[in-house]
Design a protein. Structure first.
Length: 295
């Protein structure tokens, strides 16, 4: 029996949407509304590339040199972005997840994964992802520390908004006060700068054009924020909403600028090193966050 590169396929339907969750990484392989793409998809016979639809446990983005100190102990993670000497996007993107709901509700898929300690992250987390369709897709991510010691933790997701055409010709709208600048060679954080009045100011919807973005943003209003991508000709729109304090935007050069990565994040890059917005899960503690995708 052959095995698909994306693993088992779990379809969910509701409210005019149809999506496919996969067992590899617990990721979202596709999402459509009325037959048109809402998120950029990849084939069931492909492995996820460019982070498409993946979840980033127990940290989003990069940790420079894969090194950090937690509670006085120095840790070294595997360098999973060797070209830049970074540890990137956590530890579960390629792990096999299990479906843990009974499949009786066609609008819901729940997947779980047990993360065991490993070099650089000697902690045990029980992870759960819940996908639920109504008039939108809600994705809820929960981590529970089932180990005996406290654990540093962050979460992010990596969906790409799509309206079925190049994003250069699309309108982008979002509001953020600050952008995290990064070094050109390693994408290591170098400091926050104001967004207002810069090429990254999209408080009023405008064409993306040739603007290139691969940065984290914060100052998102202190509550629920949203990023919308709109085709000005057809009116097709895709929106991601969350309440995380950070998000990463990436204009998708890795996928030919056919979609816009909008990545809700509970903490910024290098949070394991800086402690900024880092969640510390005590033994037995849980952390939950969510985001929504709609048209």
């Amino acid at each position: 029996m052959s095995v698909l590169p994306s693993g088992e396929q779990w379809v969910l339907r509701g409210g005019g949407y149809e999506g496919t969750v996969v067992s590899v990484g617990g990721g979202l392989r596709e999402l459509t509304y009325g037959g048109r793409p809402v998120l950029l998809a990849y084939g069931e016979d492909e492995a996820a590339h460019a982070g498409l639809g993946q979840h980033l446990f127990p940290w989003p983005n990069r940790i420079t040199d894969g090194q950090y100190t937690f509670e006085g102990v120095d840790q070294q993670l595997y360098l999973t972005e060797p070209a830049r000497q970074n540890a990137i996007h956590g530890l579960t993107r390629w792990a096999n997840w299990q479906r843990i709901d009974d499949g009786s509700d066609p609008s819901t898929v729940v997947a779980g994964h047990q993360l065991f300690g490993q070099p650089g992250y000697p902690h045990q987390l029980e992870l759960r992802l819940t996908y639920h369709l109504t008039d939108r897709l809600t994705v809820t991510a929960t981590a529970t520390n089932v180990g005996r010691t406290s654990a540093p933790y962050g979460y992010g997701a990596h969906p790409y908004l799509s309206v079925g055409r190049q994003i250069d010709d699309c309108l982008l709208e979002f509001s953020a006060a600050q952008r995290l600048e990064v070094s050109a060679d390693r994408m290591a954080p170098t400091g926050l700068t104001a967004v207002e009045g810069t090429p990254y100011d999209f408080r009023e919807p405008r064409l993306i054009g040739s603007t290139s973005i691969d940065n984290a943003f914060t100052g998102l209003g202190g509550g629920t924020w949203s990023v919308s991508l709109t085709d000005p000709d057809s009116g097709a729109r895709s929106v991601l909403t969350s309440d995380t304090p950070w998000m990463q935007l990436f204009t998708g050069e890795a996928v030919g600028r056919t979609a816009l990565a909008v990545e809700p994040m509970t903490c910024p890059p290098d949070a394991f090193r800086t402690g900024q917005d880092l969640v510390v899960l005590q033994a037995g503690d849980s952390h939950t966050t969510s985001f929504q995708v709609s048209v």
